[in-house]
Write a protein that binds this ligand. Sequence first.
Ligand code: NAP
Length: 304
Amino acid sequence: MTVMYDRVALIGLGLIASSMFWAMKRAGIAGEVTGYARSDETRDVAREIGLCDRICDSAADACEGADLIVLCVPIGAMDAVAREISSVLKKGAVVTDVGSVKRAVIDAVGPHIPEGVHFVPGHPLAGTEQSGPRSGFAELFDNRWCVLTPEGADADATAKLRSYWEALGSNVDEMDADHHDLVLAVTSHTPHLIAYTMVGVADDLSRVTDTEVVKFSAAGFRDFTRIAASDPTMWRDVFLNNKEATLEILGRFTEELFALQRAIRQGDGEHLHDYFTRTRSIRRGIIEAGQDTDAPNFGRNPKP
Ligand code: NAP
C-alpha cells in the first residue's frame, strides 16, 4: 500500500486513536504519525508502548504541518481542541473527527476551520467498552462501517478520506449529519442508556443480593453489563449532544415498553409472541450482513 498522507496527527490517544494508529501501520498508508493527549500519564504510556511515531506536548505542535488531523477526543472537548489548533493548520490539510454525534461536532469544530482547510466529519461505528491508549488494536475497524457527513466539503478531500478509512478495513457510507444522529440514537445511544438503566436497577434491588446478580449473570444480565461498562465521559457527552434524537427514540421505547407491560398483565401471549418473532428476525438480518457471528452465545466458550 502507498502512503496516502505524509503527516497524520491524532489528537486524543484513547481506544479509537490507538486503533487507528495500529491500523495505519498495518496498512502502511501514513508517513509520520504524531499524537497528543491531555494528560502527562497518557502521553507517557503512548511513548512507552510506541503509540505514534512522535508524541507532542501540545495539540498545536502535533498538528503543525500535518496533512490529516483526526480529532479523537470526547465530544465535549472538540470545541476547545479545534480552537487550539486552528492557527497552525496548513492550507490543503484535512481535519476530520471520530465523534459519535455529528451535528454537535460540526457546530463546535466548523467555526474554527480556516479558509483553505477541509473539514470532513466522520464516525467509525466500531468500539469496545475499553478506553485509553492501551486498549486499541489494528483490527477494530475491519468490516465495520465508517460514516462520513461531508455536508458540501471538498469532493477530493472527501474521496481521499473515504479511501483512507477503506484502507483501515472499514466500509464507508455518506450521510446527512442529522440523519446520522437519528440512526445512531436507535442503534447505539438508546441501547446504551437502556443497558445503563438495567444495570442500575439490578444494583438498586436489595432483594437480590450482589452475589446472585453476578453468579447468575449469564442469563442475560452480563450482556447489559458489557455495554454499561463503557466510558462515562464519552457517554455523558453523547447524551448531552444528541438530545433530540435520543429523546425521540426513548419516547417510542417507553410506549412499546408500556404495551408489553400491559400484555404481560393481561396475559396476552399472542402479543408477546408476535413481538418476539418480529425482533428475532432483526438478529438474523445483522448476521446476514456480517455484523455479528451466528455462533451460539456470540461464540463464547460455554465454560468461561
Ligand atoms: P478514550 O479511550 O476515553 O480516549 C479519549 C482521549 O481523549 C484520551 O486520550 C484523553 O486524554 C483525550 N482527551 C480528553 N479530553 C481532552 C482534551 N480536552 N484535550 C486533549 N485530549 C483530550 O475515548 P475513545 O473511546 O477513543 O473516544 C474518542 C472519541 O471517539 C469520542 O468522541 C467518541 O464519541 C468517539 N467514538 C468512540 C467509540 C467507542 O466505542 N469508544 C466508537 C466510535 C467513536 P487523557 O487520557 O489524557 O485523559
